[in-house]
Design a binder for this molecule. Structure first.
Ligand code: FES
Length: 117
């Protein structure tokens, strides 16, 4: 498997009671299955990934590195994760990020550190 999508649903991301937006886990899982992505891109629903202030967070991992996404606040954002998975299945890990996700990217210090050494 050449890529992973890790969707946070931890202590903050997706917690409606904390005033955050829902993470549509069931819709995401069924879209993944319907699109036949599981053999190409691994989908994981995870506990806290660390940067809670960026709720809702997702992480796209390939051997090219990590793409952190924050402030996913609509179904369109999660649909775009499915679109990215489909693009990777079709074109490989250099597939472009859907446009709607581009402004949601952020950097984490530990990624910058690991790339520097
Ligand atoms: S709960 Fe998602 S980053 Fe902490």
């Amino acid at each position: 498997m050449s890529a992973s999508v890790i969707v946070c649903k931890g202590c903050c991301c997706g917690k409606i009671e904390k005033g955050h937006n829902e993470v549509p886990v069931d819709a995401l899982k069924s879209a993944w299955e319907k699109s036949g992505l599981e053999e190409h891109v691994k989908l994981t629903i995870s506990g806290c990934l660390g940067p809670c202030s960026m709720h809702n967070v997702s992480l796209l991992k390939t051997k090219n590195g990590n793409i952190w996404l924050g402030k996913l606040n609509s179904y369109e954002h999660y649909d775009a994760l499915v679109e990215w998975g489909s693009n990777v299945a079709e074109y490989g890990i250099d597939a472009e990020l859907p446009e709607i996700l581009v402004p949601l990217q952020f950097e984490r210090a530990e990624d910058a550190y690991s790339m520097a050494f």
